[in-house]
Design a binder for this molecule. Structure first.
Ligand SMILES: Nc1ncnc2c1ncn2[C@@H]1O[C@H](COP(=O)(O)OP(=O)(O)OP(=O)(O)O)[C@@H](O)[C@H]1O
Ligand SMILES: Cc1ncsc1CCO
Ligand SMILES: [Mg+2]
Length: 263
């Protein structure tokens, strides 16, 4: 049975899931604020000495390779092992993994651990599936539509759900696929919006049975909040707080109005 986004948001607010985020230095504060605004409880606990233990008690784990270094990778691996031992869902955000050989290697190793959900922009998903991409750094240079086949291939490889974000988002678990509209062009002009979204995907995975439903709910909530915040903002600076307010103010029934189509 599938959980519609509105029902998933009700569950999130009722359960306030604890989400462990091992994310980059740029994204930490914004991601924690996004989770709190939406109704989840973030904890940024990353070092290998404790990350595995903590992963055993959280509702979900979010892993983001944005500002990598070997000790952080140790912390990620320990946390993933802890999550897997506890049958806890985990999300991978392969930020700019094609930028250097080290980063690419780490990303492929983490994909081999079969993340419950992968969330990235089009350039990241194309490159992760071994296809040509125009990506240079952490922002997308490819259209989402060009990466849909790559997302389906990755879902087949991992047995998990894969989400691509951009002007129109795409989510697939290999069997089902959806395109999600909405959002606002200011969203990619605020750094770490995608990183924060990946942590929110984890939060929804903690409260829904099906990872495909979790990813769909998080993307739909972001689409609704972006759409609401955009007209209130003069630019990226005022968009960020308006977006946090819109996440907080979003009612479950608002998610019913976001355009979603089977793909
Ligand atoms: N042109 C756009 N119009 C509407 N929404 C957008 C647009 N571009 C991105 N978004 C939305 O912004 C959010 C973040 O997606 P994006 O693809 O920019 O992530 P990202 O590149 O991983 O970001 P970052 O690495 O900076 O955290 C998603 O909810 C997505 O739907
Ligand atoms: C700007 C930036 N650099 C490494 S991670 C990050 C946050 C957006 O992905
Ligand atoms: Mg990103």
């Amino acid at each position: 049975m599938t959980t519609p986004p509105a029902e998933a948001l009700r569950a999130l607010r009722a359960q306030t899931p604890l989400v462990q985020c091992i994310t980059n230095f740029v994204a930490m504060n914004f991601s924690a604020n996004v989770l709190l605004a939406a109704g989840a409880a973030p904890a940024m606990i990353h070092c290998a000495e404790e990350s595995g233990d903590f992963a055993g008690v959280v509702g979900a784990l979010s892993i983001n390779i944005g500002t990598l270094s070997p000790p952080w990778v140790d912390g990620m691996r320990a946390a993933i092992a802890g999550a897997q031992a506890a049958h806890t869902p985990w999300v991978l955000d392969p930020v700019g993994h094609f930028a250097t050989p080290y980063r690419a290697r780490v990303a492929q190793d983490l994909v081999d651990l079969r993340p419950t959900i992968i969330r990235g922009n089009a350039s990241e998903i194309l490159a992760l599936a071994g296809e040509a991409s125009d990506g240079r750094g952490v922002d997308a240079s490819d259209p989402v539509a060009a990466a849909e086949g790559a997302a389906r291939a990755l879902a087949a490889r991992t047995g998990g759900t894969v989400a691509i974000t951009g002007a129109v988002d795409f989510v697939t678990d290999g069997a089902r696929a959806l395109r999600i509209h909405g959002g606002h062009p200011l969203m990619p002009r605020v750094t770490a919006t995608g990183c924060a979204l990946s942590s929110l995907v984890a939060a929804f995975a903690a409260v829904t049975e099906d990872p495909f439903d979790a990813a769909t709910a998080a993307l739909t909530l972001f689409a609704a909040a972006g759409q609401r915040a955009g007209p209130c903002a003069a630019g990226p600076g005022s968009f960020a707080p308006a977006f946090l307010d819109a996440l907080y103010l979003a009612r479950p029934e608002d998610l019913d109005w976001i355009e979603r189509h089977a793909a």
